[in-house]
Write a protein that binds this ligand. Sequence first.
Ligand SMILES: CC(C)(COP(=O)(O)OP(=O)(O)OC[C@H]1O[C@@H](n2cnc3c(N)ncnc32)[C@H](O)[C@@H]1OP(=O)(O)O)[C@@H](O)C(=O)NCCC(=O)NCCS
Length: 330
Amino acid sequence: MTLTPAATQDLERALADISGARASLLSVVASLTPDDLARSRRGGWTIGRVLEHVIESEQMYAKLLAHLCGRTAPDLSGPAVDDIEQVQQLLHHSRNAVLSAVDGVDEDTLYRLARVGHEEYSVLSGLENVALHDREHRDQIDDLLASQRARSAGSRASAPVTIRDAVAADLPRITDIYNHFVRTSPATFDLEPFTVEQRMEWFSHYANTGPHRLLVAESDGAICAYAGTSQFRTKPAYDTTVEVTIYCAPEATGRGVGPQLYTALFDAIRGEDLHIAIAGITLPNEASCTLHERFGFRRVGVMPQVGRKFDRYWDVAWYQRELGVKFAGT
Ligand SMILES: CC(C)(COP(=O)(O)OP(=O)(O)OC[C@H]1O[C@@H](n2cnc3c(N)ncnc32)[C@H](O)[C@@H]1OP(=O)(O)O)[C@@H](O)C(=O)NCCC(=O)NCCS
């Protein structure tokens, strides 16, 4: 029997879902340092152990799916996660085992329920669980990283900077800092540097009061970084959401300037009628992911390959956090 359109859609959706969840997990894995594998909450699992569990679960699902589809179970070796490359390889193997187990599945098999232990599974529910596991474990890894980094942030010295509202005279230096990343980095998806005149329209959306703020950090009298909140989307129901932006000049990164700017920025918008702050981060960007996680942002999804720059496609991770909750009229 061939797959009907409804079954085809179910299968395509499930396959797209496992592929999206895996892309998101892999992007977290790619951003790990070797030391990260050993990180854990006090008395808890290490990130390495969480990843072993992801691989073990997927291998289990690959065997289950092969069984449901009447195929020989794949022979997969037990995981022993020592380094990032090995994790990536094991994830690749177990994913291939899942995909080959369901390759060419027919409609009956797709939905037929089979009892395994105390649980009933179909091919479709097995695939859904594979995606679910990736998401759950990616979140666990995010949490482990965030708690560890929050601890290490407390002990790091920061470069002293003065933070103030941006004024029009700052625009040449702000444009300069931004253009550096336009030319050299996928952190921004702008492709051509701006002139100061072209940047005026962007600057005009900020004010010294209200929800859309632009702050600069000065070190020895020169601007070394800026950060701002701006309108997320134009439809009015989005007005309680802002998107954040932050750029440190290359020589000012890794010196704690970003955290000082964000502390001032979130103070500046406190009391505004805002609910959510959003950040879109092109992956990989370890420094930016760390900064946002330290400021309470959580990764809510990854859009694979949505930007093309420097002749390749880039994934964007979306982060968000709640701001002080205040409803108009309450
Ligand atoms: C992302 C950014 C705003 C973070 O601000 P920052 O002042 O550098 O933040 P911190 O100094 O607190 O560094 C944050 C973490 O990232 C690490 N880090 C900073 N710069 C880094 C770099 N270039 N490479 C690798 N790690 C870096 C720091 O070591 C720190 O981790 P640790 O505390 O565990 O050591 C800043 O690095 C930046 O402007 N980068 C370039 C532009 C950019 O990516 N903007 C964000 C677009 S979404």
